[in-house]
Design a binder for this molecule. Structure first.
Ligand code: NAD
Length: 495
């Protein structure tokens, strides 16, 4: 497979088209900014409106296509993605920076989502209800919304689009999809699987660009619903603007995910999972571990273990073998990480390891920073409260279980969390008390399976959950049907 791509175009009404403005931007390898992988068109409001018009025209025929047929197309897309997974993973590593095994894992997850969601086409069930009146048949059916907008970030550029596109399609909606400008190549390769699987022209459209494209999607009267994943800053705007226009909106946003390590935990396991959760994907997962909340009694032993494991991590281009951690996705993202090291310095935090850019040899051409641990961080320090979205772990020492839960719940976010303990009572209490949408016991904060709902609480998530059967809830609405089969006018008692 070539390490470069041609200019990536919009996909509107079944055709690859250039941007009306003629604008394009370079797609650069974050592991080596000297390498321009290719370019992508930069769309505007006019391109976006053309895509929305196409989706609107295609809506009637698509909603009338039997759901199992729509499901078949997802199965075909799944098979194609499986055949192409190595190429998609390489493109993902080259433009986003995660290691090749990590990228392949992401593609496998997308394949699982396609498999699961294709089956949902056979389960778009409603129900029947007994009526208060004789010879009156009452049932509910699920109906598609119409044109939906899907707006996605760069950090899971295969998986997140797939976990939105698949349920939207299977439910009978037509789509305008806007990937992140940082990951257009994987977006194109992902889209190709659906196109080659036979999704008809106009049903699935892709427009590249930034705020212009995104806000046109949110504001356009023909878009019925918006499914957004990204930062809180943009998500809040999308939610507010969507709500003002009475649209259905689903936003999955930032996280500040904790692990809690109790004094009866298997400390080797807790350390290994904490390091994996904090530095896997360069800490650029919404589910990354960014806080380790540890009971005083075992804090020294845990810190010693995570320090030793962290120091063994090999930082470098994810496309090479034997690399544990790739670069930040962009110079801007790297600068954000480095700015938090300045914050840590100004707050007098205790640096255990890392805290710097990695720029030895050729790595100076990429956006690498060292995996970093700060110890004895107060629960209300900026590093313990704000999403860094990079390889930075804050250790928060606490005296007991109650303070651990308080510290864990003290952030505005609530995506995922873990507890390490052998005490089943604590596990159950943890599930009751923790304010996160997903929680793990004795395993890392990251990870979610295709058939299980995914999403956060508090400032992390608003709207219905993604993935699993619940994904269909967002992309459909209910109709309640009353069929009187007496043929007579009756004195109804139904109000
Ligand atoms: P971002 O908010 O900068 O961008 C997300 C998308 O919104 C991009 O496609 C972007 O071009 C688009 N956008 C920009 N301005 C817009 C506007 N005015 N209107 C509409 N769309 C607009 O986020 P990012 O940097 O791409 O991604 C990182 C963030 O995503 C992190 O905060 C991370 O936690 C979050 N994330 C959350 C989840 C989750 O499920 N909770 C999953 C992955 C990533």
């Amino acid at each position: 497979m070539s390490e470069q791509h041609e200019r990536i175009l919009h996909y509107i009404d079944g055709k690859w088209v250039a941007s009306r403005s003629g604008r394009a931007i370079d797609n650069v390898n974050p592991a080596d900014a000297r390498q321009v992988l290719g370019s992508v068109v930069d769309g505007d409001a006019e391109d976006t409106k053309a895509a929305i018009d196409a989706a609107k025209r295609a809506a009637a025929a698509w909603r009338r296509t039997p759901a199992p047929k729509r499901g078949d197309m997802l199965l075909k897309a799944m098979r194609l993605m499986d055949e192409r997974k190595q190429d998609i993973a390489r493109a993902l590593t080259l433009e986003e920076g995660k290691t090749l095994p990590d990228a392949l894992g992401e593609v496998m997850k997308a394949i699982n989502v396609l498999e699961f969601t294709s089956g949902e086409s056979l389960r778009l069930n409603g129900s029947t209800m007994p009526s208060e009146m004789a010879r009156n048949f009452v049932y509910t059916l699920r109906s598609p919304l119409g044109v939906v907008a899907l707006i996605t970030p760069w950090n899971f550029p295969v998986c997140i689009p797939v976990w939105k596109i698949a349920p939207a399609l299977v439910s009978g909606n037509t789509i305008v999809f806007k990937p992140s400008p940082l990951t257009p190549w994987t977006a194109k390769l992902t889209l190709d699987c659906f196109i080659d699987a036979g999704v008809p022209p106009g049903v699935l459209n892709m427009v590249h660009g930034g705020a212009d494209v995104g806000s046109t999607m949110v504001e356009h009267p023909d878009v019925r619903a918006i499914s957004f994943t990204g930062s809180n800053q943009i998500g809040q705007q999308v939610y507010a603007e969507g709500a003002r226009r009475m649209k259905k909106v689903q936003c999955e946003m930032g996280g500040k995910n904790p692990v809690i390590v109790l004094d009866d935990a298997d400390l080797d396991l807790a350390a290994a999972c904490t390091v994996q959760g904090a530095f896997g994907s360069t800490g650029q997962r919404c589910t990354a571990t960014s806080r380790a909340i540890v009971l005083d009694a075992v804090a020294d032993q845990l810190v010693e273990r995570i320090e030793a494991l962290t120091k063994k991590l090999k930082v470098g281009p994810g496309i090479e073998g034997g690399i544990d951690m790739g670069p930040s996705v962009s110079e801007m993202q790297m600068k954000k990480v480095l700015s938090y090291h300045d914050v840590a310095k100004s707050e007098g935090l205790r640096l255990v390891t890392g805290g710097r850019r990695v720029d030895e040899g050729d790595l100076k051409h990429g956006w690498f920073t060292a995996p970093t641990i700060y110890d004895r961080v107060a629960p209300d320090a900026r590093l313990a409260q704000e999403e860094v979205f990079g390889p930075v772990l804050s250790v928060i020492r606490v005296k007991d279980w109650a303070s651990a839960i308080d510290a864990a719940n003290s952030v505005p976010y609530g995506l995922t969390s873990s507890v390490f303990t052998r005490d089943i009572g604590r596990c159950m209490e943890y599930a009751d008390e923790i304010e996160t949408g997903i929680l793990h016991v004795n395993s890392p904060t990251m990870g979610g399976e295709a058939q299980v709902p995914f999403g956060g609480v508090k400032a992390t998530g608003v709207g219905q959950r993604e993935m699993g059967a619940t994904a269909i809830e967002f992309f459909t609405e209910w109709k309640s049907v009353y069929i009187d089969y007496t043929g007579a006018k009756r004195d109804s008692k139904i109000y």
